[in-house]
Design a protein around this ligand. Structure first.
Ligand SMILES: Cc1cc2nc3c(=O)[nH]c(=O)nc-3n(C[C@H](O)[C@H](O)[C@H](O)COP(=O)(O)OP(=O)(O)OC[C@H]3O[C@@H](n4cnc5c(N)ncnc54)[C@H](O)[C@@H]3O)c2cc1C
Length: 410
């Protein structure tokens, strides 16, 4: 048992579990949250169902300048340990497609309510609606000041303020300034798990159309990432789970002065040759049928004119008997490889996670303590660690939060 006083800045996913693990070690814990209640973002996760973990969580699902960094915390508090932590709070979970873990209640509020109950039970002192505006160390003690000019002292501080994504839920990047004020450096931050933009007017008419396809992010002829699933066309570009998954690469390309291309495959299950044969079969069924109409059995109606225009077929109503081999070859090719240059992504308001953050080479991976300032710890998204879509980001918040809380209290 410890007699330390721990100050935790940020009452999101990582801050709440850090508060619990520090208080269980006997520390006096003060949790300071800028919003009027803790854990607002947890309620928004997984479309309200809170996809709290993923049973496949390992290094390949994480990004940052040193993706290996996450192993320090995840090897100590792995998925099994995390789910046990929640089970002991009273939360039962289930595993869905691609290893995604949800509460069996299908309600994110189950997760938050049980965390809040435990925080209160352990006597964590909560200060709500008062953002921390500055932080410094004097002698061996940390002092932080809040917007309302309260000054609070403690033996250790955990910065768990999140990144910059969805600022309306509290994380507005102010934690970076607190880290920087104590000498920490940041890698460039940019929105990730976010919708992709392009500037192709003709595709705007597809707004609202959904396809089960694949999307690849390509730059300089190299496929950077490819994902399958439901792609949703919008007025600015594309959205949907596979789009979010590849979006990180768009910003990376732009930052490195490379041109990002989004390449859509409307028929991921078929080869180009097979698709070409199907197209031949369709136009051969009835030579008098209008060419565009012959495609409605395999393609969304709104997609047909856009794609035909893209390959330069303006006389779309021509009878199928006039369709040439070249037409069908080009059509098969574009349906398998529809490349559109991206102009970027939507911004912080829409992104689910922040890529970049506090440099991980300045933090001990096993304890999450600063290498520069003894007693200063980091947890969650504030660090330069971001995960794929599918429960990996909350898993990182839980693992890093639990470890930071425990180590800070030791
Ligand atoms: C819409 C949406 C859906 C998502 N869905 C999923 C999902 O299903 N699965 C998944 O794994 N991940 C999901 N994520 C990502 C996940 O929610 C985050 O990665 C995770 O919450 C990060 O936890 P954190 O504790 O680091 O930061 P946050 O949860 O952002 O918490 C940071 C807290 O710090 C507070 N704060 C910030 N600055 C200050 C300050 N100066 N003083 C005091 N308090 C401060 C904020 O108000 C906030 O409450 C989603 C994100 C969004 C936006």
């Amino acid at each position: 048992m410890t007699s330390k006083k721990i100050l935790i800045v940020g009452g999101g996913a990582s801050g709440l579990v850090a508060a619990i693990s520090a208080a269980r070690k006997g520390a006096e814990v003060v949790l300071i949250e800028s919003q009027n209640r803790v854990g607002k973002k947890i309620l928004a996760t997984g479309n309200g169902r809170c996809n709290l973990s993923n049973i496949t969580a390992n290094r390949i699902h994480y990004h940052g300048e040193n993706p290996k960094f996450m192993e320090g915390a995840l090897s100590q508090v792995n998925v099994e340990e995390t789910l046990r932590f929640f089970q002991l709070l009273g939360l039962e979970t289930k595993v869905e497609e691609e290893g995604k873990v949800y509460p069996i209640s299908d309600q994110g509020s189950s997760v938050l309510d049980l965390l809040r109950y435990e925080v209160e039970k352990l006597g964590v002192h909560q200060i709500l609606g008062d953002p921390v505006t500055s932080l410094w160390k004097k002698d061996k003690q940390f002092v932080l000041e809040t917007k309302s000019q309260a000054r609070i002292r403690g033996d250790a501080v955990i910065l768990a303020t999140g990144g910059k994504s969805t600022p309306k839920l509290g994380s507005n990047g102010s934690g970076y300034d607190l880290g920087k004020s104590l000498g920490h450096l940041l890698t460039p931050v940019f929105p990730a798990l976010v919708q992709i933009k392009w500037d192709h007017r003709s595709f705007r008419s597809l707004k609202g159309v959904k396809i089960q396809g694949s999307i690849a992010l390509v730059s300089e002829g190299k496929i950077l990432r490819k994902e399958m699933g439901e792609v949703l066309f919008t007025d600015y570009g594309v959205s949907g789970p596979p789009v979010l998954q590849v979006s990180r690469g768009v910003q990376e390309c732009l930052q490195n002065n490379k041109v990002p291309w989004v390449v859509l495959d409307f028929f991921p299950q078929a080869t180009e040759e097979k698709l070409y044969e199907t197209l031949w079969m369709l136009v051969s069924l009835d030579g008098k049928k209008p060419f565009d109409f012959s495609l409605i059995g395999i393609l969304n109606k709104k997609v047909i004119p856009v794609i035909l225009k893209e390959i330069g077929i303006n006389n779309m109503k021509k009878p199928c008997e006039e369709a040439t081999d070249k037409d069908l070859r080009r059509l098969a090719k574009i349906l398998k490889n529809c490349g559109l240059q991206s102009t970027g992504t939507l911004s912080w308001e829409d992104s689910q996670v922040t890529a970049g953050g506090i440099r991980t080479d300045e933090v001990h991976s096993k304890t999450l303590e600063s290498k520069k300032i003894k007693g200063l710890y980091f947890a969650g998204e504030i660090l330069d660690v971001d995960g794929d879509c599918g429960g990996f980001n909350l898993q990182w918040a839980w693992s890093s939060g639990i470890i930071a809380g425990e180590k800070a209290a030791e």
